[in-house]
Design a protein around this ligand. Structure first.
Ligand code: ZN
Length: 565
């Protein structure tokens, strides 16, 4: 007998067998029980989570000779034919290869005639988002007035690409990625039944690669069986999936913790020699950082971690030695590196440098600490945990988490925040409130004026636009246009002198006067001016506070903003 791929052989045949989609299957079964069956369904979710499978089971449920029933028999002709995908009344269309309008027209034609034998004529449209616009329009007509014997089941991995008009005519079902442990359980059962010898370690590696898709997990297993037969050594899985050894990750992170650059470089070299893919390795590191964070926050929780127990001790130990802030910084840096690795021509060098940066990062104080220090007017110091000295002018408590030496057990990793705000007296508060109220009132009246003024200006501009596009485009270059006390003031920056001259042309002046008279009811005085060149502003980078900041956090000033006070 020829080899049948696992995903097909193990395709669920009843609603109960569908893994990880209980909400969907229960709702469908209830609808059938209560005889409230929609005429069109939309199944949305990532690849390999049971959309087509559920569509076929639904078709069986509707057309089973004992149906419509929430538990199709699987034995009658209708059920059997649907399972074998050759039912005359259940038609599967792969929209990926039949995107055109003529396919949907054919479908509409065949929908018009009654069923050949079964209760319903059912159209399963896979990858429905691939249909062309014309095809969607043709489909819409049938969905608007469906013949009573016709049912549609649309499946898509890209819900956002389905037109709203279609979505609104379908009953929608969201298929979730399947939880790690459920896929693992299914693969264990499947390997037992198939006589496949595979370790827990390898199964977990397989499932983690599948990222919530049952079909991907089963295909990966197929691939490995093709490679090494039914006795699967861990080494084969590692090679085929490019699985990175958990040990390599752990010892690398240990090197970062101990700030041992030499070991780190040596370990990277080992990875290069063993042919590991740098990007894949980087992704693993990101997952590891995520797991360390989860451990810090929740402790060891298998449902959240998807990890074998084997590395439990080491992972817990590492998670205790980093602060949450460290981990967030690592995540940021690694995430960027993972992205860069796609284009970098020296990916391993890039990754190695990134790992070096991780070591440097653990030396950095937190942003909150630095701000608090600046506010107290203290000098900012960097940590130097190896020699254990305390930065000059700073007390030991300034950098509680960032300074801990490897092995210390600081559970919270909390950072000190700025000094408590001095308490205000009651009197001061009332005073402040009063001033605030006055200010708000003033602002309100001001705003009203500006609104009406700006309305007039925009009315004027659109009137100009219809009469002279040349003048209009020159006015667009103005930095300020105001209409106050019977005076229309138009200012241009120094760089736009050309446009100022344009506006000053007599014909343009005449046009402005005419339009103003029309809109405001009077001819204003028109002043067109060039702005004074701006005064030299002090460079904010010269501010000693900014200087210290840049020295502490290697970076550059991107946005310069004036302080409010
Ligand atoms: Zn049946």
């Amino acid at each position: 007998m020829s080899y049948q791929v696992l995903a097909r052989k193990w395709r669920p045949q009843t609603f109960e067998e569908v893994v990880g989609q209980e909400t969907v299957t229960k709702t469908l079964q209830n609808a059938i029980k209560s005889e409230r069956i929609a005429h069109a369904f939309l199944f949305a979710g990532i690849r390999g989570v049971g959309k087509t499978t559920t569509a076929r089971i639904l078709a069986k449920a509707l057309n089973c000779q004992e149906g419509p029933t929430p538990s199709p028999c699987g034995e009658c002709v209708s059920c059997r034919e649907i399972t074998e995908v050759n039912s005359i009344d259940v038609l599967e269309i792969d929209a990926a290869s039949n995107t055109g309008v003529e396919n949907i027209r054919e479908l509409r034609e065949s929908a018009r005639y009654g069923t050949a034998r079964d209760r319903f004529k059912i159209f399963i449209i896979d990858e429905a988002h691939m249909l062309s616009n014309a095809a969607f329009n043709a489909l819409l007509k049938t969905l608007e007035e469906p013949p009573p014997h016709v049912k549609f089941i649309l499946a898509t991995t890209e819900y956002a690409k389905i037109p709203v008009t279609i979505v609104s005519r379908c009953q929608q079902y969201d298929f979730k990625p399947i939880p790690f442990l459920l896929i693992l359980e299914r693969l264990k059962l499947l390997s037992q039944e198939e006589g496949i010898k595979i370790s827990e370690y390898s199964l977990r590696a397989l499932v983690s690669v599948a990222e919530g898709s049952m079909r991907d997990a089963q295909s990966a297993l197929d691939q490995i069986i093709a490679f090494s037969g039914k006795q699967i050594p861990d080494e084969a899985v590692r090679i085929l999936l490019g699985v990175v050894d958990e040990k390599a990750i752990l010892s690398l992170v240990d090197a970062v913790l101990e700030r041992d650059a030499r070991t780190l470089v040596e370990q990277v070299q080992e990875l290069v020699n063993s042919g590991v893919d740098p990007r894949n390795f980087c992704r693993k590191l990101i997952h590891h950082v995520r797991n360390l964070m989860v451990c810090r926050v929740t402790g060891w929780d298998e449902r959240l971690l998807n990890l074998p127990d084997t590395a439990k001790k080491e992972i817990l130990k590492q998670s205790e030695q980093f602060s949450e802030l460290d981990l967030i910084r690592f995540y940021d840096l690694l995430n960027r590196a993972e992205n860069d690795l796609r284009w970098n021509s020296h990916p391993w060098v890039h990754l190695e440098m990134t790992l070096m940066k991780l070591i440097e990062l653990t030396r950095l104080p937190s942003l909150e600490d630095v701000i608090a220090q600046l506010e107290r007017g203290e000098k900012i110091g960097k940590s130097s945990p190896k020699d254990g000295s305390v930065p000059s002018g700073a007390t030991g408590t300034l950098f509680p988490a960032a300074h801990k030496s490897p092995g210390s057990k600081d559970k919270k990793g909390s950072r000190s925040v700025g000094p408590p705000e001095a308490e205000k007296t009651k009197e001061e508060e009332t005073k402040e409130e009063e001033t605030k109220e006055e200010e708000t009132k003033e602002e309100e009246t001001k705003e009203e004026e500006t609104v009406s003024e700006s309305q007039v200006i925009s009315q004027l501009l659109s009137a100009v636009q219809t009469e002279s596009i040349r003048l209009y485009s020159s006015l667009q270059a103005a930095s300020r246009t105001t209409l106050e006390g019977g005076k229309l003031l138009i200012s241009f920056p120094q760089s736009e002198a050309f446009h100022q001259e344009e506006v000053l042309r007599p014909d343009h002046q005449a046009l402005l006067s005419r339009l103003c008279a029309k809109i405001v009811g009077s001819v204003p005085e028109i002043e067109v001016q060039l702005e004074e060149p701006p005064k030299e502003q002090p460079d904010p980078k010269d501010d000693p506070r900014v200087k210290t900041f840049i020295e502490t956090f290697p970076g550059k000033v991107i946005v310069e903003k004036e302080n409010a006070d």
